[in-house]
Design a protein around this ligand. Structure first.
Ligand code: GLN
Length: 230
């Protein structure tokens, strides 16, 4: 501390079950992903150190609301409701929700067809809130989305609703011909870095993010996980 020039180290809450944004590399056991690299680059730029702590998503949101962690990055969608108790950085990734069903399902063609159907989601996420507010689906919430995906594959639920980049990644990685997305991308959502309400970190984080977008570093990280920008 003081003027010794030593950097602060901040704990960053995350949920390492959200490919390709944050996940544990199966070989090294290290945390990897777009969010992890972006957060490290922001910390570098803003002059602090970070250490990541992985936890369940709903606990992460509660923790941020009570100021338990200074920072969180976990593909967290910026919503009006969350903004009441959590501060967010400027948006860093545009996303949205998409429905996934078995490939041979011709009953569910869009969100208009899920009333009375069982839909798997991840607890505490925007998908769960969306279904509650806009449909009469029977919601089956899991702490980890992989269990909802497995249930779609096994036919134990009719569909899953979740963040489009993760759904697409999963279909590509393991579902291939078994699973498909249906309907429009619902609810444009942007991800933001969460900070304690009133945090002094909001400004330096936003400045660092803007610099990384300008100097090409953001694009470099983006391309590593998503390929060339269209
Ligand atoms: N973007 C979604 C939300 O904020 C889900 C994020 C996640 O599961 N990591 O609710």
């Amino acid at each position: 501390g003081g003027d010794s020039g030593e950097k602060e180290t901040y704990t960053v809450a995350t949920d390492a079950n959200f490919k390709p944004f944050e996940y544990k590399d199966p070989d090294s056991g290290e945390m990897k992903g777009f969010d992890i690299d972006l957060m490290k680059a922001i910390a570098d730029e803003a002059g602090f150190n970070v250490e990541f702590k992985s936890m369940q998503f709903d606990g992460l949101i509660t923790g941020m609301q009570s100021g338990r962690y200074p920072l969180a990055i976990a593909g967290i969608s910026i919503t009006e409701e969350r903004k009441e108790s959590i501060d967010f950085s400027d948006p860093y990734y545009d996303s949205g929700l998409i429905l996934m069903v078995q490939s041979d399902n011709d009953e569910i063609k869009s969100i208009d067809d899920v009333d009375g159907k069982e839909v798997g989601v991840k607890t505490g996420t925007t998908s769960e809130a969306y279904l509650k507010e806009n449909t009469d689906a029977k919601i089956k919430a899991f702490p980890q989305i992989i269990n909802a995906y497995m249930d779609v594959r096994n036919g134990r639920v009719d569909a899953s609703l979740y963040d489009k980049p993760n759904v697409e990644f999963y279909i590509k990685e393991s579902g291939k011909d078994e699973l498909k997305t249906v309907g429009e991308t619902l609810q444009g959502e942007s991800y933001g870095i969460a900070m304690e309400k009133g945090s002094d970190l909001v400004e330096p984080v936003n400045e660092a993010l803007a610099t990384l977008k300008e100097n090409g570093k953001y694009d470099e990280i983006y391309e590593e996980y998503f390929g060339k920008k269209p």
